[in-house]
Design a binder for this molecule. Structure first.
Ligand code: SAM
Length: 225
């Protein structure tokens, strides 16, 4: 796909997601990617192609008060580490343990931050199951292999919020019909489960459209854009 077609496809998909989730508008706080753009952050965001964990950390901390969060399929746990630094109670749930990276870029200061080898995040070395959702206020799934439906099911069962950046459908119990994008299927599934779900976008390379539902996670009253 050319860059132009790629952008057009992403925009069309985003608009379809807004249509699917429009029924839930009344139930959710109004913080969309568009607001961020209008607030003049777009230029800054365009520079942030590589830093998806940092961007998601910033989005989460801007929109939610610290809470008990599970970083499902969290891999090396950088997102959980950043949230922990911001006062959140963060746990990585992933069957394949990986240590934290030894450095990362702080997008607020532009500085490279070194992580001490002794630095750790709370890590549950197990596959995620729906029942685990009881323990958390917010379930985050960034490329959470095979866990997206289970995360939505946990939110429906226990009232926790979720934030998903889905990638592939492999190992998921729901296969989208031909011609329906995986994100659309997930959005429709979440709406059917009664979730107040909405799309949002972060400016990193690749699949950068997320789906969120605040659930019982405490939302910040004033959004500092
Ligand atoms: C594509 S990686 C994503 C890692 C990280 N979130 C990121 O965005 O770079 C997928 C991760 O899913 C984890 N995973 C696979 N099956 C899982 C399951 N049932 N429950 C939780 N994590 C799982 C893998 O161990 C791997 O770390």
């Amino acid at each position: 796909m050319t860059k132009h077609k790629d952008r057009e496809f992403g925009q069309n998909l985003y608009e379809r997601l807004e249509e699917i989730t429009a029924v839930t508008t009344l139930h959710r706080p109004d913080f969309t990617y568009q607001q961020q753009v209008e607030a003049g952050r777009a230029r800054e965001l365009r520079k942030m192609k590589k830093f998806r964990f940092q961007l998601l950390h910033r989005w989460l901390t801007e929109h939610f008060a610290p809470c008990r969060v599970a970083d499902i399929a969290g891999g090396k746990g950088l997102l959980a580490h950043l949230l922990q630094q911001s006062g959140w109670q963060a746990t990585v749930i992933d069957p394949t343990y990986q240590p934290l990276p030894d450095k990362y870029k702080d997008i607020a200061t532009g500085q490279r931050v070194r992580l001490d080898a002794a630095e750790q995040v709370h890590y549950l070395n197990k596959p995620f199951t729906r029942e685990m959702g009881q323990q958390y206020d917010l379930l985050v799934g960034m490329h959470a292999h095979g866990c997206n439906i289970a995360i939505i099911d946990a939110a429906a069962a226990y009232g926790c919020g979720f934030v998903l950046f889905p990638c592939c459908v492999i190992d998921e119990p729901l296969i989208p019909p031909i011609g329906v994008h995986w994100l659309e299927s997930l959005a429709e599934y979440a709406v059917q489960q009664g979730r107040a779900v909405a799309p949002f976008r972060l400016n990193f390379k690749g699949q950068n459209i997320g789906l969120y539902d605040a659930g019982r996670c405490p939302v910040k009253d004033v959004i500092n854009l």
